[in-house]
Design a protein around this ligand. Structure first.
Ligand SMILES: Nc1ncnc2c1ncn2[C@@H]1O[C@H](COP(=O)(O)OP(=O)(O)OP(=O)(O)O)[C@@H](O)[C@H]1O
Length: 577
């Protein structure tokens, strides 16, 4: 939590104002009982009307000033804590933006959302409360004790019993609650995860008619969260009556004991009334301190969860060795040299000792059974992960030494599952290249075999897509994702099984027009269909993470058993022969 206070630094003027105004507010609160006791003892008892009026006006002025200070302090505290929250959220967002896939897997998307929103809110509330109470509570407690002793040293002895009693009662309640806060936040995570999965997987839920299962999952997570919240609030609710009871008992006891002192010790009525008010103020401040003790662990639990995110060291770090310049168009080759990779925590490597070289203008196809490591190979080129052994080079330069921006600007990735954003078709294509002209977009759509359907959409290029492109077919989404990569004019095209949603005819047309566009680039193409890759310049055959064959279609049919098996399952004997 302490580390996070740096986010409050830009608001130090506001924080200073809060402290000063809160100090003034507390002083006015401490001063009022004194004035009241003067009114009673020197005004009411002696019947001095003028004095009562004079002191009454003085009390009114102090009250108004104290009130204004309180309003001002709340205003500046709200400003400072909201700004703190905004900066903290931005910091998390920027940090998470740099995450590789390994880091996302570590925390989980749902939990990241809760930590960026709900947890930040908890810490923000704590900061707001601390700014106000941090001054009021100790100052009122210490000032109240001093004023109580000043008013009646003898009666003040009662504080020796009252304060520890109150402290013990509060500690007993709090002791039970502290562990619950972290649990509470993890329950919020769980609910968020269930809702998210249900919404994202809505088609599967409906198609498999699993609404009742999802309802039950939601119900369980919701009830679980409610139960924990109820336990937390029960504890908080218990604290108020306990404290109020002790405060009332203490007031009655002080009045009783004080009234016995009036005659023998000459205690004045006004002083007794002032003393009781100080006792109340002291007890209120103890209550505030205990509220802080209650809120701090809750905020601390959230702060720790945020810290966990901020502490994550990125497995992929950006290189500062090379200047940030685009890759030259005439670069020549992409090489894998003895590359191996294992996912964090996985026992077996997903890729083992992969070596190959792709030259400019070549299409390199990657084929293999499910789980053989095809997508992993693509992920390594993008640097979503770094190899655990070996190197990937561009013209002999290790890609880890290139700035990420240089590397990624030179790539055009079409992922296995097309991801589109809400917005128009043209906005989605420009995501690949914000500078692209309408002509370039048009050309990219034509190459991606997407123009035909886009021109038929209402508003054509400016047709609005639903979130995730939900109002398009899988093949249409895939073609827009391909156009988005093409408009980037990348040095390396990465098609991760991107043609699987296309029919054979579109697949063939797309590859033909793409071939013309990619003479000055390298195309890495993951495919399931032999027909998609027969013309590739180099085919890599993966089996269980190992490169079991590389060459052209004809050679592999002769030399690679795994490739031949795949080919035989898809092609007729005549096609193979
Ligand atoms: N994030 C991950 N964490 C741990 N293991 C993973 C992760 N992603 C993939 N794997 C494992 O790595 C291996 C290779 O996966 P990869 O996705 O590269 O296969 P693939 O050949 O692309 O499969 P498919 O054709 O089904 O898409 C698999 O055994 C898979 O279980």
């Amino acid at each position: 939590m302490k580390k996070m206070l740096v986010f409050l630094a830009p608001y130090r003027t506001y924080v200073g104002l809060v402290l000063v105004l809160t100090f003034l507010q507390t002083m006015s609160t401490l001063y009022l009982p004194q004035l009241m006791s003067h009114i009673v003892d020197h005004g009411i008892v002696l019947g001095r009307e003028h004095y009562i009026l004079h002191m009454g006006l003085w009390m009114l002025a102090i009250t108004i000033l104290g009130g204004m200070a309180a309003v001002g302090a709340s205003y500046f505290a709200a400003h400072a804590s909201s700004g703190f929250g905004q900066r903290l959220r931005s910091r998390i967002f920027r940090h998470v933006e740099a995450f590789g896939l390994a880091e996302f897997n570590q925390i989980g998307t749902s939990s990241l959302i809760v930590r960026t929103t709900n947890d930040v809110m908890q810490v923000q509330q704590l900061v707001n409360m601390m700014l106000r109470m941090m001054v009021i509570a100790p100052l009122t407690a210490i000032g109240g004790i001093a004023m109580a002793i000043h008013t009646s040293p003898h009666l003040s002895e009662s504080l020796i019993i009252i304060i520890p009693l109150l402290g013990l009662a509060i500690a007993a309640v709090l002791g039970r609650g502290l562990g619950l806060f972290r649990v509470l936040q993890s329950k919020v995570d769980r609910l968020n995860r269930v809702v998210r999965e249900n919404l994202i997987g809505v088609r599967v839920v409906r198609a498999f008619h699993r609404e009742s299962l999802e309802r039950r999952r939601f119900f369980d997570a919701n009830t679980d969260l409610t139960d924990t919240s109820v336990r937390v609030f029960q504890l908080m609710a218990l604290m108020m009556p306990v404290v109020t009871l002790i405060m009332n008992l203490a007031t009655v006891a002080v009045f009783w004991w004080g009234s016995l002192q009036i005659a023998p010790r000459g205690l004045e009525v006004g002083s007794l009334m002032a003393f009781v008010q100080y006792i109340m103020q002291i007890m209120f401040s103890v209550m505030m301190l205990s509220m802080m003790a209650f809120m701090i662990p809750r905020g601390e639990a959230s702060a720790q969860r945020i810290e966990e995110v901020l502490q994550i060291r990125l497995a992929i770090t950006d290189s500062t060795e090379t200047p940030l310049t685009p890759l030259p168009r005439d670069w020549a080759e992409l090489s894998f040299r003895h590359v191996s990779f294992a996912y964090p925590g996985a026992e077996a490597p997903a890729l083992e000792d992969i070596s190959f070289t792709a030259h400019l203008g070549q299409t390199v196809a990657i084929i293999g059974g499910t789980g053989s490591g095809k997508s992993t190979l693509i992920n390594l080129v993008v640097r979503f992960y770094d190899p655990t052994a070996g190197t990937i080079t561009l013209d002999g330069v290790d890609i880890r030494t290139l700035p990420l921006e240089t590397l990624r600007q030179s790539l055009g990735l079409v992922p296995q599952k097309a991801v589109l954003f809400s917005g128009s078709v043209v906005e989605n294509i420009r995501y690949g290249n914000p500078e692209a002209s309408e002509d370039e977009i048009f050309a990219a759509l034509k190459t991606a075999q997407a123009w035909e359907f886009v021109s038929g959409l209402e508003g054509s290029l400016h047709h609005l897509l639903d979130q995730g492109g939900a109002n398009l077919s899988g093949g249409q989404r895939q073609r827009l994702a391909i156009a988005r990569a093409i408009v980037r004019h990348p040095n390396i095209y990465l098609f991760d099984d991107s043609f699987s949603a296309l029919d054979y005819k579109t697949d063939a047309l797309l590859r033909r027009s793409l071939k013309e566009q990619t003479q000055d680039a390298i195309v890495l193409l993951v495919a399931q269909r032999i027909a998609t890759i027969v013309d590739a310049d180099l085919i890599l055959v993966l089996d269980d993470g190992k490169l079991v064959g590389q060459g052209r279609h004809r050679d592999l049919l002769q030399n690679c058993a795994v490739y031949r098996e795949i080919a035989e399952s898809q092609l007729s004997p005549e096609e193979i022969a």
